[in-house]
Design a protein around this ligand. Sequence first.
Ligand SMILES: C[S@@+](CC[C@H](N)C(=O)[O-])C[C@H]1O[C@@H](n2cnc3c(N)ncnc32)[C@H](O)[C@@H]1O
Length: 311
Amino acid sequence: MESGRRHPRPFGFRPARAFTAPWTSRRHCLNLIVHAEMSRAGWYDDDPDYDYRRFWTGREYEHAAEEVALRRLLGRDHVARAVDVGGGYGRLSKLLAGYADSVVLVDPSRHQLRLAADYLRAESRVECRHADAANLLLPDASVDLLLLVRVLHHVPDPRAAFTEFARVLTPGGKLVLEFANGANVINRLRLRLRGRSVPAEPISVAVASSGTDTKIPYVTHSPHRVLDQLRAAGFEVDAVLSVSNLRSARLKRLLPLPVMVAVERLLQPVLGPFWFGPSIWLRLHLPAGPLRPAGDLRSPGTTADSSASDP
Ligand SMILES: C[S@@+](CC[C@H](N)C(=O)[O-])C[C@H]1O[C@@H](n2cnc3c(N)ncnc32)[C@H](O)[C@@H]1O
């Protein structure tokens, strides 16, 4: 839900029928749009003319900042199987395909999957599937790398999704995850001025951001809450980045894009531990040993924990 569309309808979908042989078939996106009986994915399917690709016009800096973050978090990794969860039209699947032998883009929106089929036409390594973050319809321990970007703002309670991620990832498997940061420095200052602190619960920003009575959830998250939930699902944090730190219409007018991106590149790791920017990116992994039971919150010990400043 990332533009000011009018009159979106309620969000929701039913459980899907299982896919067959998720990793054994390498069919192309064009042939794999609809495999399950799912209802539409609400807001993203409401308007057949809605094209999420247009959202990115004028947001070249944000897109470049996210590519910098993703490349940085993936480093020299190359894995066999990656999944882009809530991949939309495939904006980041293209990049992800450079780090994996095969990529599955998963999305509950048929409309996004149709756009992805077009956008990823030339990407023979990427296939598209109809599923939800909390029910990926993939076998246990079958994925080496999961990507989740700009999706958690539609998922106020991500615990079921995190449990699902831990189920499908191989031991040692990696998760790169982004969330809209309710504790960003501007929010913190605003709340401080009113004598308040950032709440642990997700903050709904739907009406404020869209000006509509949209029913699809649109929330920012508390970094501490998200980290607790990820640890409870068995993940350990390797790295934290603060992304889109220069998101400002004025700065975008003043500074050339390459300068913005160069500064952003420097700031991401420095500001990450302070939960500075509007978007936080995490790289996590599942320990290779036996899985810990859900609910086992571990002691701090990562960069993200030790310097957490979400008040
Ligand atoms: C803002 S778009 C982001 C798309 C893509 N990840 C990107 O960064 O370009 C959000 C996407 O999340 C999908 N989505 C919403 N709720 C979801 C859920 N519960 N599980 C998986 N995807 C979901 C939407 O259908 C939409 O395609």
